[in-house]
Structure formats: C-alpha cells, structure tokens
Design a binder for this molecule. Structure first.
Ligand SMILES: [Zn+2]
Length: 353
C-alpha cells in the first residue's frame, strides 16, 4: 500500500537540544520540523535548564507518570470505539499540565498529538497494514518514557547502545521516516551559530546523550542530606550545591573536626583536666571578685597541673600505654583533687584578707 508521504501520523514537532557540560546546563527548543520554522527560531524560544533543574523536573514527572500511564491505558481501550469518550478521557490529562516543568509540557502535548493521530489511524483501519498495532505502539511508547525518565536508570543508560534503544523505541510509523531529514539545526544566538541536536523519539536520543555526558563527567544522582532534593554530583556526595546546604555541610565538617580533636583517645585526659581547670577558674573569679593576686596564683599552679597531664599523655604515647586505664583515671582524679584544693586554699585566703 503506497502511503501519501505528506500525511503525517504524528504532529510535526521536533525537539532540538543542546547539552553544555562545562556550564552543567541543557537547552531545549520545541519547533516544527521544517526549515522555515527552524530558521525563525530565536533565543526567546530556548528553554534553559541546569542539570539539577532538569533532574528535578524529570523526577517530578516520573513520580506522576504512573497516574498518567493509567489514564492513557484506559484511553487506549476507548479509542477504537468511541472518539468522543477518548477525547474526554484525554482532557483529564489537563490536570497534569505544568508550565514550570519542561517534561510535563513536552509530554502532555506529545500524548495529545499521538492519540489524535492514532485514533485517525484506527478509524482508517490502516493499523491492519502495520506491523504492530496501535495498542502495542502506545505500550512501547509508555514503557520507553517510564524507563528514560527514571533517574535510577541514568547511570546505566549509557551501557546500552543508542541504536538498540532507538530500535526498541521505533514504534513510529515508518512512512513518516522519510520526512525526518533534519539531523540537527544551527541556531543563531547572539550572532553566533550554535549547533543543536534533534530528538525525535520522545526524548530518547536526548536522554541517551545526556547520560553519556554524565558518564563522561562522572556525575551521579545523589540525594542531598540537607534539603532532600536529588542532585548530580560525585559518587556518594552528600550535599547539593545550594548555598544553604553547602553552609550546613561546612558546619558539620567543622563540628566533626572539633569532635575528633577533643574525643581522640589521647586528647580525652587532657580535656578532662583542662575543663576542670577552666570551670574552677570561673568559680574562683566569682568568689574572689576576680582578685588579681589570687587569680595569678591560681594560674601558675593550674598551668603546672595542665603540663603534668600533657607530660603523662606524651609518655604514654612513647611507651605505647593506654590512655584510659585505671592508672590514668587515678592520675586525672589526683590532678582534679589538686585543683579543688587550690580553689579551697585561695578562697580561704580571700576571706582572711
Ligand atoms: Zn541540598
């Protein structure tokens, strides 16, 4: 059966894309698949998304996709008999229209045009001549979208070949093939010609190239411990690049370093004695109205105590002795006892003056 080459089964839009790894950004243009339309494209037609914004849009879309899939599957059953019922069903998809999310915008339009086209195909009974039927094509279409929008798939997307992916997703009716001559487009941006690639198959080419760029830059999908958003980063990175999360990350690292510094086994005895010295100093200062002479006497003795525990720790490092055994506990208690006695003596002295 000779097909009329000007008759298109699906709408005639294509998606142009450009991945800019050095800026961690992608650009999309939805346009008509003809040279005149492509020539008229200006910068205003470009949707620019950072990698993380794209990831967010993809995840959001993917989370709603099971619902969308259920609606489409139901619609698929209605399509053959009743165009009106099918159209009404398609209206339900309007609730998913979300202009701020590129994937919703792209796919919802795509579902509409595909259903309209498939319906006319069914009506004309042309599906009999086709290798695979409308329902099968729609199922393949849905499964493809399900897979490529799943971030868990990003990291191993690249392990399969592009042609295999395209073959599996090539549900688009072959007569349309001859019309798809455009393999790329050069768009003039700020007086420079910039090359865009084309994704015909529901973003499959785009996601393939994108995952290969991710793989080349060793970027992985991670979940931020602070804001709980997913982001691209080094393997097992914990915090995203958002300023608040980076601040939080630095704070935690600082605290961890401080914790390690004071909680290392050889630092514990020193900390125990130093803490006793400084709290006793505050108490003494209060008790003696910060008497200059007495405070100075205290400091001289306290420094000796502090030095003693340091010497003891150093000796144990050299002799490979433990820092937390009974003998060490006795030494610490003895030094604390000396500090307390010192406090007693000095407060007595203060009372006598
Ligand atoms: Zn974050």
């Amino acid at each position: 059966m000779k097909k009329n080459p000007t008759e298109r089964i699906y709408d005639n839009t294509i998606l142009l894309y450009r991945i800019v790894p050095e800026e961690r950004r992608v650009e999309f243009i939805i346009t008509q698949n003809d040279n005149d339309a492509i020539k008229k494209i200006s910068e205003d037609d470009i949707t620019s998304l950072s990698y993380d914004e794209l990831l967010k849009d993809t995840i959001e879309f993917h989370q709603s996709f099971q619902q969308i899939k259920a609606i489409i599957s139901e619609q698929k059953e209605l399509m053959r008999e009743d165009k009106k019922a099918a159209d009404n069903q398609l209206k339900i998809l309007e609730v998913f229209e979300n202009d701020s999310n590129f994937l919703f915008k792209y796919y919802i339009n795509r579902f509409r045009s595909i259903f309209t086209a498939e319906h006319s195909y069914v009506v004309k009974k042309e599906w009999r001549a086709s290798k695979c039927k409308t329902k099968d094509r729609i199922d393949i279409f849905l499964n493809n979208i399900d897979t490529i929008t799943d971030p868990a798939y990003f990291s191993h997307f690249y392990t399969t070949t592009k042609s295999k992916l395209l073959f599996e997703s090539d549900f688009i009716i072959q007569e349309d093939y001859a019309l798809r001559r455009c393999i790329g487009a050069e768009i003039c941006i700020q007086e420079h010609l910039v090359k865009f690639d084309v994704s015909y198959f529901s973003l499959i080419e785009f996601f393939y190239d994108f995952s290969s760029k991710l793989s080349a830059s060793e970027a992985f999908v991670n979940k931020c411990k602070c804001c709980n958003n997913y982001f691209f980063g080094e393997k097992n990175a914990l915090y995203c690049a958002a300023p608040y999360c980076q601040k939080e990350y630095k704070r935690i690292i600082r605290n961890k370093k401080e914790y390690d510094r004071t909680h290392a086994p050889d630092k514990q005895p020193i900390k125990a004695v130093d803490d006793c010295v400084s709290t006793t100093k505050s108490r003494l200062s209060e008790k003696t109205n910060n008497d200059k002479q007495l405070m100075s006497e205290y400091s001289i003795e306290a420094e000796k105590v502090k030095q003693e525990i340091r010497n003891e720790v150093e000796r144990r490092i050299i002799e490979h002795e433990p820092f937390d055994d009974d003998s060490m506990n006795k030494i610490i208690s003895g030094l604390k006892y000396r500090i307390r006695n010192l406090y007693q003596d000095l407060t007595e002295k203060f009372k006598c003056t």
